[in-house]
Write a protein that binds this ligand. Structure first.
Ligand SMILES: *[C@@H]1O[C@H](CO)[C@@H](O)[C@H](O)[C@H]1NC(C)=O
Ligand SMILES: *[C@@H]1O[C@H](CO)[C@@H](O)[C@H](O)[C@H]1NC(C)=O
Ligand SMILES: *[C@@H]1O[C@H](CO)[C@@H](O)[C@H](O)[C@H]1NC(C)=O
Ligand SMILES: *[C@@H]1O[C@H](CO)[C@@H](O)[C@H](O)[C@H]1NC(C)=O
Ligand SMILES: *[C@@H]1O[C@H](CO)[C@@H](O)[C@H](O)[C@H]1NC(C)=O
Length: 492
């Protein structure tokens, strides 16, 4: 499968490597994987990345007052869902193949969806279940039987509590609530620290280092989300679009929660970044974050556009599906979500490259090694991969998909995935169809999806060329797909 180079030194290296390979093959010893390039994801970050689409549930007094940012002066009596059923939320998520749901346990209005010991501004003073209800508990209990993991959102900005603006008192209050949420409801996989804060809010410091240390103490497998990580970063916008490039790596020291002027940096990341802090794209299925009678869900076309620009750009999509004032996810939202899941399935469940033959510029450890191009067609998208020979990021590294059928290949989407368990590497890549370049782009990461700008294309040979990388490129998966929903002429 290796294609011979012309330079003598190259042939010499090749011969030497074949010799070494021959020796190790004789001893029955396999070539080890290449060295990683730092920084690397943590175990929990890898699990999170593979979820791809997760769900946000904005729910609270705003659901009943038709607002987005409550003032904090709402009476707890406004919170009165007539038929709250968290099992319906979990069923909706399960039907959409979603494995993590995050609930706004407290939004900026300060109202707590659980009976906190440290305030009366909670469900304990609402008519719902005569003040004996606990939405967080119902949420957690409904998720478990569906195999769905949970996360919580606890707004730092609190417009109700009088302690807010008294730095020490408020930080103690906030830490106490973190302990309630992270001690009493089992495993929590993600916690959301929202950087949002009104312009006229009191200027007060949050003790983030205490908060984060407490979170990790109570939940070792949790991922902490904020503008600045430490585990997951905000993508820098609320329409669900990541940048191009989009690096999982970034310099944490140049980020601050709620800081201005860093949205582009958050959007694109940094190939030289010192920390692994991948972006999450938060976007709502409707216009607002909370349910409003006057709004309806976005179209399937819009949702797919969001998917390609988030999951298709190395991000996790955090999709907000807000329960209504009955306490249920509206039928039309659930329907849209199911349609969305079905569309993704239609596009990606079959890989048109599946039965093709593969060829690559070279192969680490030689022909018999575990690093052959065939790895890009198996179901493991992390730990089996094609690796070229050597440790050199430069050089003409490429991998080719060749049709074995008379009718050739017909597709409009190309999927490329890197073996990010060993670090994110690819800086620039190109795709050729029968020698003609059809894509010229930047980073890849866990998953990169390219819709071919000219629409459906046909041909025999697709070549992916890596033109610039931080280290020798490792490709874990390649796919050719046909998206019947995409009409390139309909794009603005
Ligand atoms: C469910 O989502 C996972 C990614 O989290 C994906 O690998 C799998 O194929 C999806 N299953 C279906 C039936 O859509
Ligand atoms: C807010 O307080 C911090 C110190 O806690 C100070 O550095 C900063 O300048 C203040 N900002 C405003 C807008 O007053
Ligand atoms: C991030 O940090 C690295 C290592 O210190 C540095 O080389 C790089 O220039 C930094 N990036 C930015 C945008 O400052
Ligand atoms: C909330 O959604 C459920 C499920 O579609 C529906 O039966 C109920 O009427 C909705 N409530 C409101 C206030 O729209
Ligand atoms: C690959 O081959 C299998 C077995 O012959 C067949 O069922 C499948 O449809 C083929 N897939 C593609 C994408 O051609």
């Amino acid at each position: 499968m290796a294609e011979m180079g012309h330079r003598f030194s190259f042939i010499f290296t090749l011969t030497l490597l074949h010799f070494l390979h021959f020796c190790s093959a004789k001893l029955g010893v396999s070539t080890p994987p290449p060295l990683p390039i730092l920084p690397l994801p943590s175990f929990s970050q890898l699990k999170w990345q593979q979820r791809e689409v997760i769900m946000f549930l904005h729910f609270g007094p705003n659901t009943f007052t038709d607002s987005e940012w409550g003032t904090g002066r709402e009476s707890p009596t406004v919170f009165n869902p007539t038929a709250l059923d968290a099992a319906q939320w979990a069923a909706t998520a399960a039907a959409a193949n979603i494995s993590l749901m995050i609930l706004t346990a407290k939004h900026h209005d300060g109202f707590c969806l659980w009976p906190s010991k440290y305030t009366t501004h909670s469900v304990s003073r609402s008519p719902w279940k005569n003040g004996h209800g606990d939405v967080v508990k119902e949420f957690v209990d409904a998720a478990a039987p569906r195999g769905i993991d949970v996360g919580v959102y606890l707004s730092p900005w609190d417009r109700h509590d009088r302690r807010y603006s008294h730095e020490l008192a408020y930080n103690e209050y906030y830490l106490a609530q973190l302990q309630e949420l992270l001690n009493n409801y089992g495993n929590v996989r993600e916690i959301w620290f929202d950087g949002a804060k009104g312009k006229n809010a009191p200027n007060m410091s949050y003790y983030f280092s205490d908060w984060f240390a407490m979170v990790k103490e109570l939940q070792s497998s949790i991922n902490i989300f904020s503008d600045a990580g430490p585990d997951i970063r905000w993508v820098g916008d609320e329409n669900g679009f990541a940048g191009t490039p989009c690096w999982s790596t970034i310099n944490r020291s140049s980020l601050a929660i709620g800081a201005e002027g860093i949205t582009q940096y958050l959007n694109e990341g940094d190939p030289e970044g010192t920390h692994w802090v991948p972006p999450e794209c938060d976007v709502s299925i409707r216009n607002g974050w909370f349910w409003h009678k006057s709004e309806s869900p976005k179209s399937l076309k819009t949702l797919l556009e969001i998917y390609y620009n988030s999951v298709g750009r190395n991000c996790v999509l955090l999709f907000n599906v807000p329960p209504n004032s009955t306490g249920l996810i509206a039928q039309e939202d659930a329907h849209t979500l199911t349609q969305f899941k079905a569309a993704i399935h239609t596009i990606f469940s079959s890989n048109l490259a599946q039965n093709c033959s593969l060829r690559a510029s070279s192969q680490r450890g030689g022909k018999e090694s575990a690093f052959g191009p065939e790895n890009v067609l198996d179901n493991d998208h992390l730990w089996t991969y094609w690796a070229p020979r050597g440790a050199d990021a430069g050089g003409d590294h490429w991998i080719e998909i060749r049709s074995q059928q008379k009718q050739g290949l017909r597709f409009n989407v190309v999927r490329i995935q890197e073996a990010i368990g060993l670090g994110q590497r690819i800086k620039r890549h190109e795709i050729y169809l029968d020698g003609k370049r059809i894509v010229e782009e930047s980073s890849v990461g866990y998953k990169r999806l390219h819709r071919i700008k000219s629409g459906v294309v046909c041909g025999e040979v697709v070549r992916v060329r890596i033109t610039e990388a931080r280290a020798v490129p490792l490709i874990s998966s390649l796919g050719l797909h046909l998206d019947p929903f995409w009409d390139p002429t309909g794009l603005s």
